[in-house]
Design a protein around this ligand. Structure first.
Ligand SMILES: Nc1ncnc2c1ncn2[C@@H]1O[C@H](COP(=O)(O)OP(=O)(O)OP(=O)(O)O)[C@@H](O)[C@H]1O
Length: 295
């Protein structure tokens, strides 16, 4: 068991003037170093869960709640959004609307400036995160002249400068072309490799299968399944009940399950290639031994 960083404790949240909770009795722990994917159909509660992890729900949005969310040992009761944002940063779908500065460099420095950082420390961190987010050549450019993928990387860079332990990306690749989407996934993979906790909402099940270590499955405001990605994606019928499809490669293997007697379905191309190679090895081996036993 790793170190808990975000804990939902039977947490339910009601938006103002609503009678039904948007998320119901969520009970789950995210540990430091996890890369957790939140999946589920529209209106399942994924974004609300993200907003709860940084205290925006309820502290900014209002509304009612039951239970608790504990972020780095601070409870909702005992903290406010600025306490949570020291630990958790979030990037939303429309990164561009968050930008206010004339250059990428100033945009990265903006939050640090507001928080009263020393100039030398700001310069150090701007350069540091520009390198890790592959933005050094754009420092003098306007944030509004970047591509969608570059803007998402800039939004991540702005967060990283504050050194949060957890980064949440809520559908931040949904408006990007495949190249931009790959840029963002590549970046978060690297941040995860460096030890950051990543929480990501994304409808691209192939990418979620490839990159995440754990999946949370939301449906109608409830957390229906939570566990290692490879285990969650074995459960086709259950996932289909929650309106989630398997990655294509997993679905194809599922179709061949009876023929090949797979013990575990592959969830990405690398695993599929290994699984089929192993099977072909077994098949060739058994043919060979059959031939040997022929008279
Ligand atoms: N500001 C709001 N006021 C009232 N109800 C809201 C508000 N935002 C979301 N909801 C409701 O809360 C529920 C959960 O919505 P949420 O946006 O968390 O789902 P989601 O899984 O993120 O959906 P999507 O994939 O469409 O973004 C839905 O029933 C939604 O209508």
């Amino acid at each position: 068991m790793g170190t808990p960083i975000i804990e939902f404790k039977n947490f339910s949240y009601y938006y103002p003037n609503t009678e039904e909770p948007a998320i119901k009795q969520i009970h789950a722990t995210i540990e430091e170093g996890d890369f957790v994917g939140l999946i589920g159909p529209n209106k399942a509660g994924k974004s609300t869960a993200c907003l709860s992890m940084i205290g925006i729900a309820p502290h900014i949005l209002g509304g009612d709640w039951m239970g608790d969310v504990v972020v780095n040992h601070e409870t909702i009761q005992s903290s406010n959004v600025s306490d949570f944002t020291k630990i958790v940063g979030v990037v939303f779908q429309d990164a561009e609307s968050q930008f206010t500065q004339e250059t990428v460099e100033d945009e990265i420095a903006f939050a640090m400036c507001n928080m009263g950082f020393e100039r030398s420390e700001m310069i150090k961190r701007v350069n540091e995160v520009a390198i890790s987010c592959n933005l050094t050549e754009f420092l003098e450019r306007s944030p509004f002249q970047l591509s969608g993928g570059q803007q998402q990387r800039l939004a991540v860079a702005c967060l990283l400068a504050l050194r949060p332990k957890v980064i949440i990306l809520d559908e931040s690749t949904s408006q990007l072309d495949p190249k931009g989407r790959d840029e963002v996934f590549k970046l978060v993979k690297e941040l995860h490799r460096q030890g950051r906790t990543i929480i990501m909402v994304d409808h691209n099940i192939e990418k979620m299968a490839e990159y995440t270590t754990k999946l949370m499955v939301f449906f109608e405001g409830e957390l229906k399944l939570y566990g290692p990605t490879s285990e969650i994606l074995q459960q086709k019928e259950l996932l289909n009940d929650y309106h989630i499809r398997l990655p294509q490669v997993t679905d194809a293997a599922y179709g061949l399950k009876e023929t090949y007697q797979f013990t575990k379905l592959p969830i990405n191309l690398e695993e599929a290639s290994r699984t089929f190679k192993e099977y072909r090895g077994q098949e060739n081996g058994s043919n060979y031994s059959n031939q040997e036993s022929c008279p």
